[in-house]
Design a protein around this ligand. Structure first.
Ligand SMILES: [Zn+2]
Ligand SMILES: [Zn+2]
Length: 733
């Protein structure tokens, strides 16, 4: 029985529990001697698990007699620095995620399984006999004598630093018992970064932006609002080079599809081996190596997607988050968080500047900038003086269409192609047609598992549900009446590609979407063909919007702008405008001015008109005013409790009980709405309902959720549903 005054260990252990776990220190160890951030192995249930020490505490809510004793401590020094411990604890609390899962989900797999924090390398050192041996002992073996003297003077030497004759001498010293093999850890002192390469000349806007980010000011958030083509990347590169020369690391976060070979090549040509990339394509071993390179300071520039936010940094100097409006910074599965919002917390903990960049900043960030919490840096002009493309609307109610392409768009395509321009057509709908319709009885083929239509994929004769992945062979006859009169309705990218082949037989077209780009290198091959000018017309989905520059593209056609105008999700119009501006930004990068045609059935829609006349800034100002008036974010904080089950009753019953519980807490300022069916009530065979929590700011909302989460599991229907809490949800449907 340990003494009553022994402190306890508080651990984050991967388990779906909204709390930490208390243990007694392993035998012979005092809790006070253990630093937070080390891994500890503990008995857990009937097995064993690894946990991370988040703090030591004087006492536990668990009676001491029931506390179990930890088995062993894996690390002699903390695996995670204090800023990451603060960040992850803060994140678990804010997003109401099980802390153990939050901590564990961001560690490389090797570390989750107990691999050492440091990479070990083979080395040799003297034995005690070798250390005591005098110079006369090896008179007739000068190489061995020299090597022994080196080991005596310098300590262990990595095996990689030994020349071939030295390796032979080492074997002889092993045989004499004067030297032995050992393992060395790589250390931060080993890092020497190459000097950064020469940058491009800066415009006045770029110079001002670079000058405004002063690392000596410590923590600050800068919102860099630069139009497409204004040269944001060069600003980032300059800031990183400055930091590198001051001996500091930069962490750069990009959207999932923004980490292109083009960007990496640009970083490598500027910073050489000092660049380290973290992305989903890495093997577990590569991921661990990258994590170690960040932690030891061997890498000066870390670039990666959202999970790279959680790499430890030896000498942090700057965080950059590009395309800050992008929804892929939001982790939507498993542990939920926003890497953009957590980046603010981490930069504050580190005392370093954070730069959020975008041509289409989110309304949240624009509000912070307006109210002075973020510093706004504007770059309203393109590099080289090229002008931004003009946007104009094509009223689909007034013009004939061929396969979804209106007469004015077809005329513009011919004009640009004849003038040697390239054309980009954007349609965020892959497949041949979004529905299959029976011309005799009106039946539309729906997914048996979702409230959704099946998409026609003609190329491989399949019907696919884009929501649950269900698929089947394309039927020959109507499943309802047996008629053979089945017709695909509407356009997808596959159908547009087919139409282009007959409308523009002399111009090579290429399609870029998830169906044609299953492999990363096929995307690069197609993009190269576009850049070389072999492909004249490019049709594609969202995949086209980010990170790719096509200097030859002079015309962009947005085929269907109406998908986002009348959605039940309040964010849909913001996303629509961002997409239009980002796609439009792909054109007019070269010599010729760009032209953008937007096809819509609602040319009088005030937001669309505003976007065309005043650009994104004017549009965003109007939308902010609308959101403030309606009491939507960023002027309100939201959380969504979602529940789903194979039957309709349990989710409703669970959420009704949750609503009563929440109202019972009586937290002033909070409101609970629902439950209501999700935008698509049935998906993948499960019925989905949701409950919405609103508050004027995050404090009352956090008070409410804190009380609610611990009680949800005790509700009568809790075991009949799968529930998820989404704080600051990105989608409401
Ligand atoms: Zn039919
Ligand atoms: Zn489905």
């Amino acid at each position: 029985m340990p003494a009553a005054d022994t402190a306890i260990l508080r651990l984050a252990i991967p388990a779906p529990i909204h709390g930490y776990f208390d243990y007694l220190p392993p035998g012979g160890m005092a809790a006070a001697d253990l630093p937070a951030g080390v891994r500890v192995e503990v008995p857990f249930g009937r097995g064993r698990r690894l946990g991370l020490l988040v703090e030591t505490a004087a006492d536990s809510e668990v009676p001491r007699a029931r506390l179990r004793q930890a088995l062993r401590v894996l690390d002699s020094a903390p695996l995670l620095p204090p800023d990451l411990l603060v960040l992850l604890r803060w994140g678990a609390e804010y997003y109401r995620q099980p802390p153990g899962e939050m901590f564990w989900s961001m560690l490389p797999a090797g570390l989750r399984q107990g691999a050492p924090a440091e990479a070990l390398e083979q080395a040799i050192r003297t034995t005690p006999a070798g250390a005591a041996s005098g110079p006369s002992a090896l008179r007739r073996a000068p190489r061995q004598a020299a090597l022994l003297a080196r080991l005596q003077a310098a300590g262990p030497v990595p095996a990689t630093q030994l020349e071939a004759p030295d390796r032979r001498a080492a074997s002889a010293l092993f045989a004499r018992g004067l030297a032995e093999r050992c393992e060395l850890t790589d250390t931060a002192s080993a890092a020497v970064w190459p000097a950064p390469g020469e940058g491009l000349p800066l415009t006045a806007d770029q110079t001002a932006a670079v000058g405004a980010v002063r690392p000596d000011d410590g923590f600050n958030v800068h919102l860099l609002h630069g139009v497409t083509g204004s040269g944001k990347t060069e600003v980032y590169l300059r800031l990183m080079a400055e930091r590198l020369q001051a001996g500091r690391q930069s962490l750069v976060l990009v959207p999932e599809i923004g980490l292109t070979p083009q960007l990496l090549a640009r970083l490598r040509s500027r910073f050489g081996d000092a660049v380290c990339a973290l992305h989903s394509g890495l093997t577990d071993t590569e991921r661990l190596a990258a994590w170690r390179a960040a932690r030891t300071g061997r890498a000066a520039v870390l670039v990666g997607t959202r999970s790279a936010l959680f790499v430890p940094l030896a000498r942090p100097g700057l965080i950059i988050l590009d395309e800050e409006h992008d929804s892929s910074f939001r982790q939507q599965e498993g542990v939920r968080y926003s890497a953009r919002d957590l980046a603010v917390v981490r930069a504050r903990e580190l005392g370093v500047p954070l730069v959020l960049g975008s041509a289409t900043p989110s309304l949240e960030s624009l509000r912070h900038a307006r109210e002075g919490r973020y510093r706004l840096l504007e770059m309203p002009r393109r590099v080289g003086g090229g002008c931004e493309p003009t946007l104009s609307l094509v009223d689909l109610g007034h013009h004939r269409q061929q396969q979804g392409l209106s007469t004015p768009l077809l005329a513009a395509m011919r004009r640009h192609l004849d003038a040697d321009g390239q054309v980009l057509l954007f349609l965020n709908r892959r497949g041949f047609a979004p529905a299959l319709w029976c011309t005799d009885c009106g039946h539309i083929v729906e997914c048996p598992r979702c409230d959704a239509r099946m998409t026609v994929h003609l190329g491989d004769s399949r019907l696919r549900c884009h929501h649950c992945g269900h698929e089947k062979r394309l039927p020959d006859a109507c499943p309802a009446c047996g008629s053979a009169g089945l017709a695909p309705v509407g356009q997808g990218t596959e159908r547009i590609e087919e139409a282009l082949a007959s409308l523009f037989p002399n111009h090579r077209a290429a399609r870029i979407d998830r169906d044609t780009m299953r492999r990363r290198d096929s995307l690069e091959r197609q993009l190269d063909a576009v850049r070389r000018g072999e492909v004249r017309i490019l049709v594609g989905t969202q995949m086209l919007t980010k990170g790719h520059d096509f200097p030859g593209i002079s015309l962009v056609g947005i085929l269907d702008a109406d998908q986002g105008l009348f959605s039940s999700d309040y964010r849909a119009s913001e996303r629509l405008a961002q997409t239009i501006v980002q796609v439009a930004g792909r054109c007019g990068r070269g010599e010729r001015p760009g032209e953008v045609l937007i096809q819509t059935r609602f040319p009088g829609h005030p937001l669309m008109a505003r976007l065309c006349e005043e650009g994104y800034a004017g549009f965003a100002a109007a939308l902010l005013a609308e959101r403030r008036g309606a009491g939507w974010p960023p002027y309100t904080r939201l959380a969504l409790l979602r529940a789903e089950a194979p039957g309709r009753r349990a989710p409703v019953a669970f959420l009704e009980a949750a609503r009563e519980l929440a109202r019972g807490f009586g937290v002033a300022g909070t409101e609970v709405l629902g439950p209501a069916p999700a935008g698509m009530e049935r998906r993948a065979g499960r019925y989905r309902q949701q409950l919405l929590f609103l508050a004027p700011d995050h404090r009352p909302l956090q008070r409410l959720l804190g009380q609610l989460v611990s009680r949800l599991a005790t509700l009568p229907d809790a075991r009949r549903v799968r529930w998820i809490l989404d704080v600051d949800p990105h989608d409401l449907i």
